[in-house]
Design a protein around this ligand. Structure first.
Ligand SMILES: [Zn+2]
Ligand SMILES: [Zn+2]
Length: 311
């Protein structure tokens, strides 16, 4: 890509022309339930604010509709998360919610979380589903609300300022571990085939794509094949939810980061018999909840992450 075609340095008119010319190669993007062809906001929001090429926030596992002692008011906690993102001091290029938006996938819960996400000060909100978002219908209600323009059972990819972003669904057709399935694996293979190996890759999924703790289902049974298509890339970062705690691991060229939750903590891997919600002492809950800031700077291999609690 030549300098004049880098969206971060283009004028709006150039960008529109570029978008039309670049056509299908930019892939699909889904923002607030609308399909767009390119994330045009990136150039405007990062200009003059440090050297970062792309800045976004990750929020996860809001479990809207959960009722229990581990968090008697998940809605209020998610409001804190939205406020935290809206007070970062800059406008993130996008916000990704990495799943378990709802606790029980009811129409009311989907409606509520969608309205709350609409309060985020960002040009684009992206989501991937958690297993709680498909408890009774293999994700149909989720896709009605959040899946417009996605492929297959809700996966998609998009490009922003030279970074290629892939959002995967590994919460359907599961046995114990997360599962991607043949169609989605073929999508990943085709999706990255035209990209040059120095394209930075970011992958979102709900369940970890690495074996964080398979005894509790914290892994994905066919992620090895998906990751094999990403092996040639110099910078690959996978961000997930589901485990309700911050965790990271590097395997070869891929770095994995599990994000925390805005609802309730879960035990550390293997700490106790099962991953059941933890009730913390009074006043401690919001130190265990949080959001994540992520920045990518062109030319760097690693993303910069900042974990923010919700005090
Ligand atoms: Zn969850
Ligand atoms: Zn989950």
């Amino acid at each position: 890509m030549t300098e004049s075609r880098d969206p971060s340095t283009m004028t709006r008119r150039q960008l529109l022309r570029h978008t039309a010319w670049f056509g299908a190669a930019v892939g699909l993007a889904v923002a607030g339930g609308e399909v767009i062809s390119h994330l045009a906001g990136a150039a405007d929001t990062t200009a003059g604010q440090g050297s970062a090429t792309v800045r976004f926030a990750q929020v996860s596992d809001s479990h809207i509709g959960f009722a229990g002692t581990a968090n008697p008011d998940v809605t209020a906690s998610f409001e804190r998360a939205v406020d935290r993102i809206n007070n970062l001091g800059y406008t993130p290029d996008f916000v990704i919610h990495t799943g378990d938006l709802t606790h029980l996938a009811t129409p009311d819960q989907f409606d509520q979380v969608k309205q709350m996400l609409a309060g985020l000060n960002t040009p684009h909100v992206f989501t991937v589903p958690g297993e709680h978002d498909s408890v009774d219908d293999a994700g149909q209600k989720y896709r009605q609300v959040f899946g417009r323009g996605t492929r297959g059972e809700g996966w998609y990819s998009f490009d922003i300022a030279g970074v290629h972003v892939i959002a995967l669904v590994n919460t359907l057709n599961m046995t114990k571990l997360g599962h991607l399935g043949r169609d989605q694996l073929d999508f990943v293979k085709k999706d990255v085939a035209p990209l040059s190996s120095d394209t930075p890759i970011i992958v979102f999924s709900h369940i970890p794509l690495f074996a964080m703790y398979p005894a509790w289902g914290w892994g994905t049974d066919d992620s090895v094949e998906a990751l094999s298509y990403l092996r040639r890339f110099s910078s690959v970062t996978c961000l997930n939810g589901h485990v309700h705690q911050v965790f990271s691991k590097t395997e070869g060229n891929v770095t994995f980061f599990s994000g925390t939750t805005t609802a309730y903590p879960l035990p550390h891997p293997g700490d106790g018999p099962a991953p059941k919600p933890l009730t913390l002492p009074a006043g401690k809950l919001h130190d265990a909840l949080g959001i994540r800031e992520v920045a990518y700077t062109k030319g760097q291999r690693a993303l910069a992450l900042k974990e923010r609690t919700l005090p």
